[in-house]
Design a protein around this ligand. Structure first.
Ligand code: FES
Length: 183
């Protein structure tokens, strides 16, 4: 058996394993840039495509990218953790976007963020342990007249003060408790 045959077999096995974790279009994309020098921007666009498909980047996916693109796992993980845009955990059931645009910022968006972080025990980009909420920062949500605003899923709340935060969160917590009772 020649070396090249062994290599090809391995490559197909690697690919089959990666296919379990990555969508076909990402594998095709990586295939398409094979042979080119691996730049950080290529790696970013690979990760971007995966996140657009899965909502976050799992350990298995990072590992599959490392194998397929032939980039050390430490480099793939380094890029994924360096850019705040990338998420390494699944998003929560409810997404809270705090508007940090200028109008909201001057009207106290930072205090609202702080209150949310205290109440939820998480930072921007994180998800509560129960998987109920993810906290994210947004640019102008287009409702500056209501500043400061937060958007919880599709619902905009504004103008709000830090003392409103608990009430808003409770509404979703109760809703979720009801749903699980029914289930
Ligand atoms: S700046 Fe917050 S909605 Fe425009």
């Amino acid at each position: 058996m020649s070396h090249s045959v062994v290599k090809t077999d391995n490559w197909e096995a690697v690919k089959a394993e990666c296919l379990k974790h990555l969508p076909q279009h990402v594998i095709d994309y990586i295939d398409g840039i094979k042979g080119q020098e691996r730049s950080e921007s290529q790696l970013i666009s690979i990760l971007h495509k995966i996140q657009a498909h899965s909502g976050y980047l799992s350990k298995e996916q990072l590992n599959a990218v490392s194998q397929l693109a032939r980039v050390p796992l430490t480099k793939v993980t380094g890029v994924a953790t360096f850019y705040h845009y990338f998420r390494l955990t699944p998003r929560g059931k409810h997404i809270i976007n705090v508007c940090m645009g200028t109008a909201c910022y001057v009207k106290g968006a930072e205090k609202i963020s702080q209150e949310l972080m205290n109440e939820l025990g998480i930072q921007f980009g994180e998800t509560t342990k129960d998987g109920l909420f993810s906290l994210e920062a947004a640019r102008c949500l287009g409702t500056c007249g209501l500043a400061p605003v937060i958007m919880l899923d599709e619902q905009v709340y504004g103008p709000i003060s830090p003392s409103d935060v608990r009430t808003i969160l409770d509404k979703y917590i109760k809703q979720s408790a009801k749903t699980s009772e029914k289930g």
